[in-house]
Design a protein around this ligand. Structure first.
Ligand SMILES: NC(=O)C1=CN([C@@H]2O[C@H](COP(=O)(O)OP(=O)(O)OC[C@H]3O[C@@H](n4cnc5c(N)ncnc54)[C@H](O)[C@@H]3O)[C@@H](O)[C@H]2O)C=CC1
Ligand SMILES: O=C(O)[C@@H]1CCC=N1
Length: 278
């Protein structure tokens, strides 16, 4: 499979690391980015081919991954329009366009791409860097079964995939798992701060907080029991955990988390609306 990336930043680098030499040889991956340092690192690390601007190698790919910031998307894809039109006139295959950008809607992308129909939107997350990502995906109507499978293969190279039946739900995925790693890091930072305020060193606090997250997340992942039961098992009546969770309830921590996740989803929707306006 030939794969092209428009944008070679953080998320593209995570995907390239998962794909190169596993799903396809590095030489079958082409990365376009105006930043020479990003290209050099990807070429040196994975043997990918590179270009500072969109060229024919992009439309020769079966899958074109759009990995620029939402605010740059419209401008970044404009040079693709004549190349896609030429490829279709020559009767070549229509590449699948796989966008990882938060918010940007398939209908707007299709319009910016001159009516290109084969678009999958997806929302990965940064644990993709260590092959432990999770991505939500949704296919627009012009996507073939083979293209859907290709999109799944690309994202499975860096973790698990969850397919959605309705594009409006991808903003929820953005709020939960796309932005989610930041919430976990925030919680780890808070636990480390508490550890220091209780007299431990910053290093000890960080080690305890990180290992607690890793252990609890692995336990939740591996256990057949509901997460609620796992929580209750830690919580002895009248004990220390009960004191902490009661304090969290009184401070409205759960409600605040729910509100925060909804704010991320709403921002995704808003970005799509803003960028989709002509
Ligand atoms: N960082 C994250 O946790 C996640 C990010 N995303 C989405 O991934 C996309 C990329 O995000 P990051 O990799 O974090 O950003 P980044 O800033 O690390 O990478 C963006 C890259 O695009 C390049 N670029 C800018 N204009 C360009 C153009 N016209 N043509 C080609 N390349 C161009 C930049 O030089 C940069 O290397 C965003 O749309 C974001 O919404 C999705 C899931 C998670
Ligand atoms: O914060 C953002 O906009 C991107 C999308 C999901 C995670 N990071």
């Amino acid at each position: 499979m030939k794969i092209a990336f428009i944008g070679g930043g953080n998320m593209a680098a995570a995907l390239v690391a998962g794909l190169a030499g596993k799903v396809t040889p590095g030489a079958n991956i082409h990365v376009v980015d105006p930043n020479p340092a990003a290209l050099e690192a990807l070429h040196a690390g994975h043997g990918v081919t590179t270009a500072a601007s969109i060229d024919e190698a992009v439309t020769a790919a079966e899958v074109i991954v759009l990995a620029v910031k939402p605010q740059s998307m419209r401008e970044a894809v404009a040079p693709l329009v004549p190349l896609l039109a030429r490829a279709s006139q020559q009767g070549s295959h229509a590449p699948l366009v796989l966008s990882i950008a938060a918010g940007i809607r398939s209908a707007d992308l299709a319009r910016w791409l001159g009516g290109h129909a084969a678009i999958v939107r997806c929302m990965p997350n940064t644990p993709a860097l260590i092959g432990m990502g999770i991505s939500g995906l949704v296919a627009s109507q012009g996507v073939t079964a083979a293209q859907r499978q290709a999109a799944d293969q690309v994202l499975k190279a860096v973790g698990a995939t969850v397919w959605l039946d309705d594009e409006s739900k991808i903003d929820a995925v953005t709020g939960v798992s796309g932005s989610g790693p930041a919430y976990v890091f925030y919680f780890i930072e808070a636990m480390q701060q508490a550890a220091v305020e209780l007299g431990l060193t910053a290093e000890q606090g960080l080690e305890l907080a990180k290992a607690t997250f890793t252990g609890a997340a692995q336990l939740a992942a591996q256990s057949a029991e509901p997460v609620t039961l796992l929580r209750e098992r830690v919580t002895s009546k009248g004990g220390t955990t009960y004191a902490a969770l009661t304090s969290m309830e009184e401070s409205g921590v759960k409600a605040a988390i729910v509100t925060a996740v909804k704010a991320a989803a709403a921002r995704g929707r808003e970005l799509g609306e803003q960028m989709g306006r002509d």
